[in-house]
Design a protein. Structure first.
Length: 537
């Protein structure tokens, strides 16, 4: 900001050598015959070339623009490159009176003045002291504006995906390797405020993992099998927001705390009753005074199983209702389970969706996931429907709730994957995440890359252009920004980009070219493209 003010003050005062900041900033340039009075202050042009290393900051690149014909116009500003967030000068005669913020929206052409303005003297510029509270406050507000702009732009890019997903319920993100498809899927879900589920398909993944299947259990040292929901069916149940308002567990805990480990079951001439314990036979809820016959015992585990709809000892069912009535009258049992309607979106992400045998994994859900059959109208019987317990929300058939969305990611060039049949394909909307878009999403606005983002963009664009022009390859083989983020692993090394090539890019490209008789020569050509300093080379 000092340089910005010094530059303008020098011009406004007929290039006077007594203007504010002249000695520190302008004199060295004038004496070196290198002072540029106007021009764009970025990409090495004019003003930018006058000062080295001042323009790199955490949130981007600072540049100074001076409109030579009228330095007091809105064409003169201190700008955070590519954001439209500007610091402008208000003039009083030939001196800057105060600095203020202005946002220019390139899409609408609108300018909105930010209510942050400071008189020059209050900012403590040129006082040789550490930044005062005013200039710190000014910078903080400026920084907040930039972060807000970045977030808004990111949301605008994500909005198109959200619209597509909400309209179709199911979405496939395709793209070249490293284009951040999984990252984008998670960002879409976050932007929707959704609950997120995640699985990754692979050749061994099957119906029992995804929908339901039998799983081994150990019950009292006896190994058996039990039906268990798979990841997607479990996620759909959660999306329905099953709210169990019962206090059953609390009530039976209190009951068994008072009677011990089991309840004695009794039979009287008038019907089946129960005693609280062997040590309290006289304390029967409906004591008849007549001879009582023991018929067995019931434990806490048995009661929980019966209450959950898993009948294991049917012979004592006649006693069960009596116990429930007793708990209601004596322990205030609330026996009421409800399904609460819930519109919260739930996004289920299937990473590498084409790496699994999709038809077998989805089974009869092939019908249920169709956008036109969401909700109970799409109800189907699953392969283990006869084993679904009473009380399960899908006891009468499974369906995909209206608030469940599916996002799959896939890479078409992977030679080891299953193909997706056309009937399954038509149940999804398709959207490509390009390599260029991945740079914007993953590198351009990341502070960690502020010093190298331009070089990364250059290398990435040049390499991908060469890949698209290589025999046997095309745009589908281009390399996304996720690979270039690995630059951070080597950023402390002098040859960081060489390390990136040797350890990450070279091997991938070699696999692309495997079987090509000119593979070695083509790989060298791609390496040359990667090392180009300009697209025009």
């Amino acid at each position: 900001m000092e340089y910005f003010v010094a530059h303008l003050e020098h011009i406004a005062n007929d290039y006077s050598d007594s203007s504010i900041g002249y000695e520190k900033y302008i004199k060295p340039l004038v004496e070196g015959n290198n002072f540029k009075s106007s021009g764009q202050g970025y990409n090495g042009q004019a003003i930018q070339s006058q000062v080295n290393g001042w323009d790199k900051y955490q949130n981007g690149q600072i540049c100074i623009n001076v409109y030579g014909a009228n330095y007091q116009s809105r064409g003169t500003y201190l700008n955070w490159q590519g954001t439209g967030v500007n610091i402008m000068a208000d003039w009083h005669g030939s001196h800057i009176e105060n600095l203020y913020m202005l946002y220019y929206n390139p899409d609408t052409g609108e300018r909105s003045k930010k209510n942050v303005s400071f008189v020059i003297k209050d900012l403590g510029l040129f006082d040789g002291q550490v930044p005062n509270e005013n200039i710190i406050s000014f910078f903080d507000e400026y920084n907040k504006m930039i972060e807000t702009i970045y977030k808004e732009r990111a949301m605008m890019k994500i909005d198109k995906y959200i619209d597509l997903l909400e309209a179709n319920k199911n979405l496939i993100l395709t793209g070249a390797p490293g284009t951040g498809k999984t990252y984008m899927a998670k960002e879409i879900a976050k932007a929707m405020g959704a609950e997120i589920g995640f699985v990754q398909f692979h050749p061994s993944y099957d119906y029992t993992d995804f929908v339901e299947g039998l799983r081994p259990i150990n019950h009292d040292n006896v190994v058996g099998f039990e039906r268990k929901d798979g990841a997607f069916k479990e996620f759909c149940a959660e999306a329905l927001n099953i709210r169990d308002t019962t206090n059953f567990d609390e009530c039976i805990d209190k009951l068994f705390d008072s009677v011990g480990e089991e309840i004695l079951l009794l039979e009287t001439p008038t019907g089946k009753q129960f005693g609280l314990s062997r040590s309290a036979r006289g304390n029967l809820r409906l004591h008849t005074g007549k001879e009582l016959k023991e018929s067995g015992v019931i434990t806490k585990k048995d009661l929980r199983a019966e209450y959950s709809g898993i009948p294991t000892f049917k012979w004592w069912k006649g006693y069960y209702q009596g116990i429930i009535t007793y708990l209601t009258n004596n322990y205030n049992l609330i026996n009421d389970s409800n399904i609460i309607e819930d519109n919260t979106p739930h996004v289920f992400i299937i990473d590498e969706i084409n790496r699994g045998e999709i038809s077998k994994i989805f089974g009869e859900l092939f019908f249920s996931i169709d956008p036109g059959y969401r909700g109970e109208k799409g109800k189907v019987n699953t392969q283990y429907q006869n084993m679904v317990p009473e009380g399960d929300v899908f006891k009468d058939g499974f369906y995909v709730p209206e608030n469940v969305y599916i996002i799959g990611t896939m890479n078409d060039i992977d030679r080891s994957v299953e193909s997706m049949d056309f009937a399954m394909r038509r149940r999804f909307a398709w959207q490509e995440v390009t390599a260029e878009e991945s740079y914007t999403n993953m590198i351009e606005n990341d502070p960690e890359f502020v010093l190298v983002k331009d070089e990364i963009k250059q290398r990435m664009s040049s390499l991908n252009k060469a890949i698209a022009e290589t025999e046997g390859l095309d745009e589908a083989y281009q390399i996304g920004a996720a690979y270039f983020r690995k630059y951070l692993n080597y950023k402390e090394k002098a040859n960081a980009f060489d390390c990136l090539w040797e350890n990450h890019l070279k091997g991938l490209l070699f696999e692309y070219l495997r079987g090509n008789r000119r593979a070695k020569a083509l790989l060298e050509k791609l390496h040359d493209a990667y090392n180009k300093k300009s697209l025009n080379e």
